[in-house]
Design a protein around this ligand. Structure first.
Ligand SMILES: *Cc1c(COP(=O)(O)O)cnc(C)c1O
Length: 363
């Protein structure tokens, strides 16, 4: 079924710069002289669109290994990219084996039960050792049983995941590295992978054979104290102004009258709300960028709109024709996270599905 086109003026827009994502991939890859670089494209490439971004990373970036969270994501990616290596973090259950094999997906086996299910398969798999995060992965006891038992498996990758790799001085990083090295040397034929985005900046000792960045491909900072050199912003969200209104002193805006005009005021209603993900009612002082200046979001965020204050003279030229930047080069993820209860990961993956999406190559 083809979807009828509507005029662009009806929709807020998400513009994704594929070249900037590829540049970030190359920047991350260049941090290691030994390791290859994969791409983590789970959660629809952190909300930005897996089936557009992963092919660009493969064809123009040379990325050949991808990680997703679940089998639905893996099968969707396989449809877009028939040749690449796809690992699925959540591993497998009995009933997923057939689909995994049919689509040539590699499960990341996270416990002895998953290992039992996969035992005897000639198709490759990864083994995830938990080195301290106590989430997925073989616990210390399970790892010992596994390494003594040596079940018949074709292990192509051993991996582990950091607790807080973005905090370079934290002792947990070295502790996890030591544990990982011990496991890694008992399976010397498999490739080894430890680093998410933050881990890459811990240095070569941590890199092993394969890097697994996610958020930094998409221009986000995992929490490093300084935004790394060369990391590019890769997308913009633009809302449309639906209406401009003049308020007399004492008039209040939106549900529950949370903002009241102290003086004569001019406000604009913009066509994005909490259903579009980037704003939360609890957020104080969320900002947008319009007509060359930062403006404040005022009142309660509605499902389909926000109000912004454009009273100041510097906004006098603004009309309903102006686009309003919600996130992008002027309202960065860093800035948005600062005034939000949400972090950069949550802001990114929370971007709603209602935007008109445009994928751009070239500057
Ligand atoms: C999400 C995830 C990554 C990527 O992490 P970023 O911090 O986004 O780079 C890597 N490895 C595992 C196991 C993950 O779950």
């Amino acid at each position: 079924m083809s979807i009828p086109i509507v005029p662009e003026s009806a929709l807020a827009t998400m513009t994704v710069h594929l070249d900037a994502i590829i540049d970030n991939y190359q920047t991350l890859k260049s941090k290691s002289s030994t390791a290859d670089c994969a791409a983590v494209v789970k959660a629809n490439a952190y909300g930005l669109g897996m089936t557009d971004i992963a092919p660009a990373l493969y064809h123009d970036g040379g990325c050949e290994v991808f990680f997703v969270a679940n089998l639905r994501e893996a099968v969707n990616l396989r449809t877009a990219l028939p040749k690449v290596t796809i690992y699925v973090f959540n591993g497998t259950t009995e009933d997923q084996v057939e689909t995994i094999l049919e689509h040539n997906i590699r499960p990341v086996l996270n416990d002895l039960n998953q290992i039992d299910i996969w035992r005897g398969q000639p198709a490759p798999c990864a083994i995830h050792f938990d080195t301290g995060i106590n989430r997925l992965g073989l616990s210390e006891d399970e790892a010992e049983l596994f390494l003594n038992d040596r079940p018949d498996l074709n292990v192509s990758l051993v991996m582990s995941h950091f607790i807080q790799s973005e905090i370079a001085g934290h002792p947990s990083n070295e502790m996890q590295l030591d544990r990982f090295i011990r496991y890694r040397y008992q399976l010397p034929d498999a490739k080894a992978s430890l680093c998410n985005s933050g881990g890459i900046y811990l240095g070569e000792d941590y890199h092993f054979d394969l890097l697994r960045p996610g958020i930094m491909l998409y221009g986000g900072n995992p929490g490093l104290p300084k935004r790394p050199d060369g990391l590019k912003h890769v997308f913009e969200l633009y809302g449309k102004i639906l209406q401009i209104r003049h308020l007399r002193p004492g008039m209040a805006v939106g549900y529950n009258s949370l903002w009241t005009a102290a003086e004569e005021a001019r406000i604009a209603l913009v066509n994005v709300g909490y259903a579009d993900g980037t704003f939360k009612t609890s957020d104080k002082c969320a900002k947008v960028f319009v007509g060359g200046h930062v403006a404040n979001v005022i009142g309660k965020v509605s499902m389909d709109m926000i109000a912004i204050d454009i009273t100041d003279d510097k906004f006098s030229h603004i009309t309903v024709k102006d686009d309003v930047e919600l996130l992008g080069a002027n309202i960065t993820l860093e800035m948005a996270a600062e005034v939000s209860t949400l972090g950069q990961y949550e802001l990114l993956t929370g971007i709603g599905q209602r935007y008109n999406k445009k994928y751009i190559r070239g500057a």
